[in-house]
Design a protein around this ligand. Structure first.
Ligand SMILES: *Cc1c(COP(=O)(O)O)cnc(C)c1O
Length: 416
């Protein structure tokens, strides 16, 4: 690699996925495109989204209630359009995934079924810098079961002076609390550091001691290839508005491992989780659908799902493996030029090992980081600030270029 603009341009020219950028709207300020490095927060809008939503508006206009059963993609079965693409993105069997609700809601629903504390085993292992929503959910679930969150939640942090949590430390902690843990709940990728965890290794350790292992894949899905079924993860949930580019507040999804499908688990229920053949008979007995579909609550939010469908079509075309390959090159290049040009002024806290990260890099800047971040934003570099001292950038392989990250690095250099 070379830290030059020409090198970045050469990479862009030979990028076999470069045409996907044209499938997205790149925001503009005063007529010129911004450098958008915030796809880990809100992915850009695919140009096909409006026609997908318009199609559903037309059905509502022309068929109204009949559209539940008539026309293209009847609403009654709309969620099934996501089964194949979501199974591919998560490495699941088709019966193990369903598109529904929103992330924090789904996390709570999953905890209802999978956090089953007993007087002896009621603890939950989480990361020390977990996303707050996940903390709130776990704290309240713990209280709901009559336990004290301060006692029940065990946090694991990086060793002092380190930025990533070592897999050996995670395994050791599970081993240490093996008789007390009811659940290990992790983000696949930590939102702050960008660390991608060794899901397979953690899952194996949990299986050894029959501890439920759940994942929040908000920063993982569409970022890294997954094999949830093979890795024996018990449950997972995610959102679709980050790397999956499906719009603000976009619809979420869940994974429930086949292993749990025939168990009598406690769960919250709604009619959409009831057996399809009798759903409209309006009977009082709840007969959950087999597999993940049985966790559905309400009828599908069609407009949000239409946007999701438009976006997933692009993932189907591009292929997650191809995206991951470009992602590795693009992120490695970003890291390389940042270090070449700014070595003494910044520290990248994201792991160096490509197997331990997706496309996000979290940059700790010496000096007044917030002020530098504000200057970057003024110059139309859209990135993201996390207290106390981190600028997060995510060069996304679907629409970011090597030139984008070159420009970002140059701008940061000038500001510094
Ligand atoms: C983005 C994110 C959320 C957001 O939750 P919503 O219910 O979608 O608002 C939750 N958890 C993690 C780990 C996230 O990264």
């Amino acid at each position: 690699m070379q830290a030059t603009l020409q090198y970045a341009q050469t990479c862009d020219q030979s990028d076999t996925l470069k045409h996907f950028r044209e499938r997205f709207f790149i925001p503009k300020v005063n007529g010129s495109e911004v450098v958008y490095l915030c796809g880990n927060s809100l992915g850009l809008q695919p140009k096909t989204v409006s026609s997908f939503i318009q199609e559903e508006l037309d059905k509502w206009q022309n068929l109204a209630v009949l559209a539940h059963h008539e026309g293209k993609n009847p609403w009654m079965y709309y969620h099934k359009l996501f089964t194949v693409p979501l199974a591919k993105l998560t490495g699941a069997k088709e019966s193990e995934v369903v598109c529904m609700n929103q992330l924090s809601v789904n996390l709570n629903l999953m905890l209802v079924s999978f956090y089953r504390p007993t007087a002896k085993r009621f603890k939950v292992l989480m990361q020390s810098t977990e996303f707050p929503s996940d903390y709130y959910a776990v704290q309240q679930q713990v209280k709901f079961h009559g336990y004290n969150p301060e006692e029940a939640i065990i946090e694991i942090a990086p060793r002092s002076g380190e930025n990533a949590i070592r897999t050996e430390d995670i395994k050791k902690t599970i081993e240490q609390y093996k008789d007390e843990l009811a659940l290990v709940l992790f983000s696949g990728v930590n939102y702050y550091s960008g660390q991608f965890f060794d899901i397979e290794a953690i899952s194996k350790k949990c299986c050894e001691h029959e501890i439920i292992f759940g994942l929040d894949l908000a920063h993982t899905i569409g970022n890294l290839p997954l094999k949830l079924h093979e890795w024996n993860v018990d449950f997972a949930t995610w959102c679709s508005y980050k790397y999956l580019n499906s719009g603000p507040g976009g619809v979420s999804g869940i994974f429930v491992h086949e292993y749990h499908h025939n168990k009598e688990l406690p769960r919250f229920a709604g009619w959409w989780g009831n057996k399809e053949s009798v759903r409209f008979l309006m009977q009082k007995e709840f007969i959950p659908m087999q597999g993940a579909e049985g966790w559905q609550q309400s009828n599908a939010p069609i407009f949000s799902m239409a946007a999701h469908l438009a976006s997933l079509q692009i993932f189907e075309e591009a292929g997650m493996e191809n995206l991951r390959n470009k992602s590795i090159e693009l992120t490695n290049f970003t890291e390389y030029i940042l270090n070449e040009k700014l070595k003494n002024s910044i520290e990248i806290i994201t792991p160096k090992n490509t197997a331990e990260r997706g496309c996000q890099l979290s940059i700790r800047v010496n000096g007044n980081g917030k002020e530098m971040f504000n200057k970057l934003m003024e110059q139309n570099f859209i990135c993201d600030w996390r207290e106390p001292d981190i600028i997060r950038i995510a060069p996304v392989p679907l629409y970011n270029t090597f030139t984008d990250v070159w420009k970002f690095t140059e701008a940061l250099e000038q500001i510094l």
